[in-house]
Design a protein around this ligand. Sequence first.
Ligand SMILES: Cc1cc2nc3c(=O)[nH]c(=O)nc-3n(C[C@H](O)[C@H](O)[C@H](O)COP(=O)(O)O)c2cc1C
Length: 224
Amino acid sequence: MILVYIILFYLNCKKDVYGSPFPQRDLKNVHNMKSLIVIDACVRQSDSRTLRIAEPVIEALAQRYKITRYDLPELDIVPLNPGLFKERGQGEIPAWAKEAASAIAKADRILIAAPFWDMSFPAVLKCFFEQTSLFDITFTDNGKTCVGLCKAPKVLFITTRGMDISTGSEVEQATPYIKALSRLWNLGPLTTIAAQNMDYSTEHEIDEKIAAAVAEGTALARKW
Ligand SMILES: Cc1cc2nc3c(=O)[nH]c(=O)nc-3n(C[C@H](O)[C@H](O)[C@H](O)COP(=O)(O)O)c2cc1C
């Protein structure tokens, strides 16, 4: 009996270090899944209309992708200040930023959920990009210009806007910024799913707009 306990204990330790000692089809599939990075910049958290669209889309994508999620409002992310900038020059980069940048560089897909704030997106998202846009991780250079080191061929941006402003309007500055950063990092084409005029719609209209965006997002998730 004691021998059985010792063997079970050994197998359990081995599982923690090397993964399950028993062949399990589901686990194998998880390991083979492509990776998706979710960047959530929805500052209003559970009150967020943007998250009401993003969550079902993320749930649908979880069937096909192994997800690493960064919920920015829960993290203590600051802009690059003089201290951090000096440390970066000395090669000292916060461990979390290095890890997130490496995960982004390796990811197969990127999904960003952020509301429309001040004609763009909340500052915490810019701070996150500033901290994770790292030389020799997300981009490098070839002596003449910058070259992206990421590989995700597709990026999805989910947003809601208070005013009646459409994606592509010259005053909508979130989509163009994410496109520009995608160029620096070598990310593929961006799809934006948006609901607009949210602050000037009835509750019923808001629900309808959210339902339409969820339908668009979950349909996309099946083939994205
Ligand atoms: C700080 C702040 C700034 C905002 N700036 C804008 C803006 O510039 N243009 C706009 O159309 N709506 C703006 N809005 C309204 C939001 O875009 C809108 O309410 C959106 O649906 C909020 O998304 P959320 O519920 O995911 O937080 C702003 C809201 C907040 C709280």
